[in-house]
Design a binder for this molecule. Structure first.
Ligand SMILES: C[S@@+](CC[C@H](N)C(=O)[O-])C[C@H]1O[C@@H](n2cnc3c(N)ncnc32)[C@H](O)[C@@H]1O
Length: 289
């Protein structure tokens, strides 16, 4: 950050000593860190009226007329960056993470996992790699996305396993999903989606919805972009959402804040791991108390 230097001794012609200057700079830095700390903890909504907020998001994910960009950003099989095994890798990784922590999950969850009886919900399935990987183990697969095109692509990838697929097009607030799901769920998954939310508050609303939908002992895995003060990954205002890659850097959470939110909402955090420090990706595994 560059700011005009103000003489710490006030408007005087007196020289400032190097020590005083050092102290001043250190103090400024501390203030900047404190500002960042406070700002990064702001849990305010985006400031836009709900309908307008939905329109801004949908303009990127559903209505963008650059289909190649849309497919690649939604992680469709065969799109840029998601050819061949790269597409499968998304679901494989999610499965590997949950497999690793399986012994820590409730006995009911473990039994459903082993007998292919999971009722799951994915928020933002994009091209459907996670759904595809979990289909053989699931008795029901709900998927919430504000893009009907992406949900259509998921159905196509699921093929003859799509009979158990329940696509839900989100057109209202996150909580509107609750009335669409008829039973307590075993598993919630969301990868590479929370960073695209229009505010940290929006993610909070999604998590409150997850809390209402999961059965007691139900399991969640969420990937977030974490905020460690790196300006690239600081949360952005919704005004930059549709500009360039604005949506990809819209929302990030300090790791401890996200763990705190999960805890306060009634989840036990079983794991919080930095997954890729180059793009500030972290994964949280948790269980509803
Ligand atoms: C980057 S893709 C991730 C796809 C998939 N989860 C994966 O990891 O490959 C983001 C997905 O989230 C969806 N999405 C974006 N904002 C959303 C929101 N507020 N609610 C539901 N889905 C959303 C997009 O339409 C897209 O399908």
């Amino acid at each position: 950050m560059s700011a005009a230097f103000t003489n710490p001794k006030g408007p005087t012609t007196q020289m400032v000593t190097p020590a005083e200057l050092g102290e001043y700079v250190a103090n400024q830095r501390a203030q900047t860190r404190e500002d960042w700390f406070v700002a990064s903890r702001s849990l305010e909504p985006s400031g836009k009226e709900r309908g307008e907020e939905n329109r801004i998001i949908a303009d990127v994910w559903e209505n963008c007329d650059n289909q190649e960009y849309r497919e690649s950003f939604s992680h469709w099989q065969g799109s840029q960056g998601f050819q061949g095994e790269h597409w499968n890798a998304v679901g494989e990784k999610t499965h590997a993470v949950l497999s690793r922590y399986l012994p820590l999950f409730s006995t009911t969850f473990q039994a459903r996992w082993h007998t292919n009886q999971l009722a799951m919900l994915e928020w933002g399935p994009g091209g459907g790699s996670n759904l595809f990987k979990f289909a053989p183990q699931s008795r029901l697969q709900y998927a919430v996305d504000l893009s009907a095109k992406n949900l259509g692509e998921c159905a196509a990838r699921l093929g003859d396993q799509a009979a158990r697929f329940r696509p839900l097009v989100l057109s209202g607030p996150p909580e509107s999903v609750q009335t669409e799901v008829g039973e307590p769920l075993d598993l919630f998954v969301s990868t590479a989606v929370f960073q695209h939310f229009p505010s940290k508050h929006y993610g909070l609303e999604v998590l409150a919805c997850v809390q209402a939908l999961l059965a007691s002992g139900g399991v969640g895995y969420i990937q977030i972009r974490y905020d460690n003060g790196n300006p690239i990954y600081l949360p952005k205002t919704i005004d930059s959402y549709g500009r360039s890659l604005g949506h990809a850097f819209a929302t990030s959470y300090p790791l401890d804040l996200f763990a705190y939110i999960l805890d306060k909402l009634g989840f036990e955090v079983l794991s919080a791991r930095i997954e890729d420090p180059n793009i500030n990706y972290a994964g949280f595994v948790f269980q509803k108390r």
